[in-house]
Design a protein around this ligand. Sequence first.
Ligand code: PTJ
Length: 253
Amino acid sequence: MTSGIMTEIPETHPRRDSLILRERLVEGFKGGIVAPQGLIAHGRGEAMYYLLGERTTKEARIAARAAAAALLRSERPVISVNGNVAALASREVIALAKTVGARIEINLFHRSDERVSKIQAVLESNGATEVVGFFPDESIPGLEGMRGRCSSEGVHSADVVLVALEDGDRTEALTRMGKKVVAIDLNPMSRTARTADVTVVDEVTKAFPLISGYAEEMLGDEDALDNALVKYDRAENLGAVMKTIASNLGLGD
Ligand code: PTJ
């Protein structure tokens, strides 16, 4: 869903990749997919990405391996999608869902039926088949209003939920429900990053293909799955990410 007036970005522009993501979000906003607040949330992500050196760190790779293993070991994995994720990474979400056999649930912080159906249309036009979320018939205890609604066939009955650009309240509520949470979040200090069982600190368009790649590589290899999970320690991983940021800021150890 585009308005067809995307700003042309020169091939040679040094910040081309970043500008393309901005354009996708602006298009998503104009098309009613992205909430206005989503544009601000992206700015926060951009700032964190800049501090990380705008690259995929070794820690993100270790976490992405563990994320892939958690999803492959799951009986009922669900990928939760919001407006920003749909605008930036619909195809990447669908590819991962197919690889690990996950359902996709649309879960919005600023929910409206209109936005849910637009996001569903975008996902389906990109090949998604099992999208739930339009009729949320269950609740996430501790989250009030529409924000706390979810689908019985999706998040409510999932054992592992992947969230990206997620609000800390929902991440905490999901872990209280006993879900294993895999998060993609560029801010290693966010509540989501510090609450999820596995946190991949990377840009969402990079993180999804990274997790998919590891999932394909480890499919059916139980030793590799064990190894990926044993090698990951969230506190240690986030600590190392913080050190990278400190070093990029010239703060040393
Ligand atoms: O579509 P809705 O209604 O569900 O609303 C979604 C937003 C994004 C508005 C909502 O979830 C929100 O307000 O998110 P927060 O609390 O601002 O959290 C967003 C987190 O994602 C922050 O920690 C950002 O650093 C991080 N982030 C932003 N852009 C990216 C990102 N992480 C990975 N990739 C990004 N492109």
